[in-house]
Write a protein that binds this ligand. Structure first.
Ligand SMILES: [Zn+2]
Length: 428
């Protein structure tokens, strides 16, 4: 079987000396796993754990809930009251400590595509909700102080004069405030920096230490924010969702968060997929679930989603695909989101908090009507790309997909026995 429009080589080829050549069925990325290298440990550099200072609790980084005025004004938060979860929107600076946010949504202080980019290139304007929030926020002294402090940081970083003026000029404050409230690059941050009961700084709270229910809320909240970015910005052609875990995987802080970035192009990967899906509507099922099944790469399943070791990624990877290919992420029902979230959570838990990872989501954006499912790829950042990769565009990994599967399944069975992953999951 060969996917249409890609290299004629099959996704997986085992050579006589044990070399495994991989070609990603979706992207065409070429990866080689060389014999002898796969036996190496993950190669992680673990510094000696240091005890935590209890007085620093919830104040370890700018995403911590004890330092909420270091992030931009909050767009929304998820709060928990026993079994019920609620979304609260548009709080003012004085209200930030009135409830405990389990997850917070706010604009990235330094956006990849700035407000000016959207406004000047496309004529994008803030929504009435964003304007109303800005006006209300700036109407209190605490809100003004918060926004002015962030405005100064942005102006200094951008080399704009006037950043150190006594009080900021009204014009400077207004200009920066517009961008702070109408950013198209957003962050969803989780509450904990360290796991509950952590005593040293190696015990980070990551996706795998959330409960399955918390992870479900994290996923739902993220999906709703993606929907809103498309709704509020008619020029957004795609919303990229990703989670960099640990600084060595590109994160600013070792504090669990996802980023959502609206862009005005669909991106090269989606353009390739569109071509293939048009000629082969069952493309994702065939080269995702069915191929993984045939090759013995499936890790676990829920009723409407499957997790398997990915083929042809620059780093050893696990993929989670929903089977609902006809609907966008925000059109999935609660059970389908839960099925997707539970598997993603379980894969992170099995990967472990000490492995730096990139979680990348893929989905079908609104203008397209194609059978492209919501799926996530979790990449283990355990190797460093070098000159060979740059020169050849062939990536060498230390672990073949079967080894990734075996490591994940083994750890997942232990986690399932301890009841820390969802009971909806069947481990293969
Ligand atoms: Zn933190």
């Amino acid at each position: 079987m060969t996917p249409p429009g890609t290299d004629p080589a099959p996704p997986l080829t085992r050579l006589p000396d044990g070399t495994i050549k991989q070609v990603n069925p979706f992207t065409g990325t070429k990866v080689w796993t060389l014999p002898g290298r796969g036996a190496r440990p993950l190669g992680l550099d673990r510094p000696a754990p240091q005890p935590l200072d209890p007085s620093e609790r919830d104040r370890h980084c700018a995403f911590c809930v004890g330092r909420m005025v270091e992030t931009t004004p909050e767009i929304a938060r998820v709060v928990r009251d026993g079994p019920s979860w609620q979304e609260v929107r548009g709080l003012l600076a004085d209200q930030l400590d009135d409830s405990v946010p389990q997850f917070r949504l706010f604009t990235n202080l330094f956006e990849i595509l700035s407000y000016d980019y959207w406004h000047l290139t496309h004529g994008y304007e803030p929504t009435p909700e964003s304007r109303a929030h800005r006006t209300a926020y700036l109407s209190t002294p605490a809100g003004r102080e918060h926004v002015a402090a962030l405005a100064r940081i942005r102006m200094r970083a951008g080399g704009t004069s006037g950043a150190d003026a006594g009080p900021l000029t009204e014009g400077d404050l207004e200009r920066e405030a517009v961008a702070l409230f109408a950013g198209n690059h957003q962050v969803v941050a989780a509450r904990r920096h360290y796991a509950d009961g952590a005593t040293n700084d190696s015990q980070h709270a990551f996706s795998g230490t959330l409960t399955p229910e918390e992870h479900w809320q994290y996923t739902r909240f993220t999906i709703a924010a993606v929907r809103d970015l498309y709704r509020d910005n008619p020029y957004a052609r795609y919303v990229s969702v990703f989670q960099n875990w640990m600084r060595s995987a590109g994160a600013s802080f070792d504090h669990l968060h996802k980023q959502l970035v609206a862009i005005d192009e669909p991106g090269a990967e989606l353009e390739r997929e569109v071509e293939r899906v048009r000629s082969q509507p069952d493309f994702f099922a065939r080269w995702g679930r069915e191929y993984a099944d045939a090759q013995g790469l499936v890790i676990a399943r829920t009723p409407t989603a499957v997790a398997f070791a990915g083929v042809g990624h620059r780093y050893p990877s696990v993929e989670v695909h929903t089977s609902a290919t006809s609907r966008r992420p925000w059109e999935l029902d609660d059970d389908e989101v839960r099925d997707f979230s539970d598997l993603l959570h379980a894969c992170h838990a099995a990967t472990g908090s000490d492995v730096p990872t990139n979680e990348e989501w893929h989905h079908c954006p609104p203008p397209l009507d194609l059978p492209v499912p919501l799926r996530a790829v979790v990449k283990w950042r355990v190797s460093t790309l070098g000159g060979f990769e740059g020169a050849t565009r062939i990536y060498v990994t230390t672990m073949d997909p079967w080894t990734v599967r075996e490591r994940t399944v083994t750890r997942l069975r232990g986690l399932a026995d301890r009841g820390v992953v969802s009971g909806r999951i069947t481990v293969d």
